[in-house]
Design a protein around this ligand. Sequence first.
Ligand code: CA
Length: 178
Amino acid sequence: MRITKLLVAVLLVLSCFGIASAQVANGNFEKGFDGWTLVRGSEINSDCGRSSTGNCACIQGFKFSPDYAGIKQTVNFTGAEFLEYWLRNAEGNANVRVTIDGEVVSTSVPRYEWKKYSINTTGYGGLHELAFENNDLAYYVDDVALVYPSKPMPAPEFPTVIIVIGIAIALISVAGKL
Ligand SMILES: [Ca+2]
């Protein structure tokens, strides 16, 4: 029992060093458009998300205008392997484009059922402006998220190793008194 408690404690300490912090803010749109900047005619729709009660973003383009409507936010791509997002058509054949710093990185015509899309972002580090846009008809977007490599874990730097060993030794002495 004592060994089990100690093992769990040490694993908890080690897991704290592998948690990624950067993410897309409100990528599931459950807080409306918090964290996103609206470009022209975007609007929020309730009960259209991938879950039965969730929100998503409805991007309404301009049918007879070359201007693009959409949403954008500045995202920290450091360490991210992929950008994942889900699209669903709302009407017609909405042409959707995803841009990073204004450069088009993906174009698609969503279907009438939700489909997941993925873009490799290993070439991006630091802060970049991510945008979802279209210039005709409407579509839905939901669950925008960065995906980080799960394995292998980055090797901890030398001072980190010393700190972890120190904490482990402290835990061993505490466990000896349990
Ligand atoms: Ca949602």
